[in-house]
Design a protein around this ligand. Sequence first.
Ligand code: GLY
Ligand code: MN
Length: 478
Amino acid sequence: MFDKDTYSRRRRTLLTSMRERGQKGIALFIGNDEAPAQYKDNCYKFRQDSSWLYYFGLDEPGMAAIIDLEDGTETVYADDVDIDDIIWMGPQPSVQSKAESAGVIRSAPAGDLAAAVGAAMNLGRPVHFLPPTRHGNTIKLMELTGLSKARINKVAPMDCEKGSHASQELVDAVIAMRLVKEECEIKAIDEACDLGYEMHTAARNAVRPGIVEQEIVGIMEGITLGKGWGVSFPTILTQHGETLHNHLHDKIIDPGKLLVIDAGAESNVHYASDFTRTLPTGGRFTPRQRDIYSIVCDCNEFAFSIAKPGITYREVHIETSRKMLEGLKDLGLVRGSVDDMVTEGIAGLFMPHGLGHNMGLDVHDMEDLGEDRVGYDPDQKRASQLGLGSLRMARRLVPGHVVTDEPGIYFIPALMAKWKADGTGKDFVNFAKAETYSDFGGIRLEDDLLVTENGVRRTGTKRLPIFPDDVEESMKQK
Ligand code: GLY
Ligand code: MN
């Protein structure tokens, strides 16, 4: 948890922002509860709601809060433990002292929350809430407000349909704040990245013919469990990198393949890292692997070189796709005008995902509040083309944004077959040549970037080896 002034300041900024948006009533925040895995006393590891963490920091279940947008009062709602809880959990600080550690003066029992929300609604005061991530919180909000499930998850302006839905103004105010990282958050992200660096280094050192992918996953996840909260998302570690989010780890490492490792750490204060490296399983790239790898590596470097305040990440994605097409053209995998290929979205055949996403308390930061609302400026519209259409962060960059830079090239047999059958890209794609890569797999190379005043810097203190010679060298020095 950060110091209490951090949370008080954030809530004051939120209050001002909501008032500037002309909003009245109350803002209702609901923290997460325990999530049973099989039965109520055997739960998944507790993970707090990220917006709750941002404004209140209290990292435990069963909490809610109200900020009154008119008189500015703040109240945390939760129950003190009783003797039964103490027997099983040990002594706990009082709710009042927990609230004070987040800079909140008032606390009340959890059971008072319904009355407080009900009183506001009876007076016709708007109740602002965020669309919940967890079903349990959807049900809580349904009970508190009497709204349907669909209404709880619908985000609209509060003056629309008398505010019977999640609050667009609150969503926009929260996104505006969480998108631009504060110094303490940048430090936390750097720490998560240093932990991610250690995870990937351990994984690289573990790669050898005959080991099962799952054993490497265990080694790398042990690092972040030992020093941080755990992984920031389910680890991707696969010799079938052409499947973008392949979570199977059942294959034996086979020399001659490419191993995509896309994994990140979540620190103890819950900030994420997200790195991808692609390793030659036998320690050396084949010439064909090195050719494709070098294009992806150039694209990663290129995106880094052009990203800076003022450019949109959409432009960075498009210009990086251009760079990729130039490289693929040099290899004879595509032909014709690169400008025309950019317009036609030909890069989507090889990279059917976006260049990157926002990162912070969530590895895909705030996507629970709406992917487009988080990743697109109001004047931007998501494209429909394969690849560009999957871009999750398109906004104009400003200092404090943290985004991933993760180009990739994949040879996906089913996608190549579909484009060929449909005639998509027929003037540009050399399908005969592309088909010879059907057993190639995929390559993705991902760093995390902080937008600074003049450009970007990579987060974390050390960069994982990425240039082909450096990767081979690092695999020798185990
Ligand atoms: N690293 C996983 C993702 O960005 O989706
Ligand atoms: Mn990523």
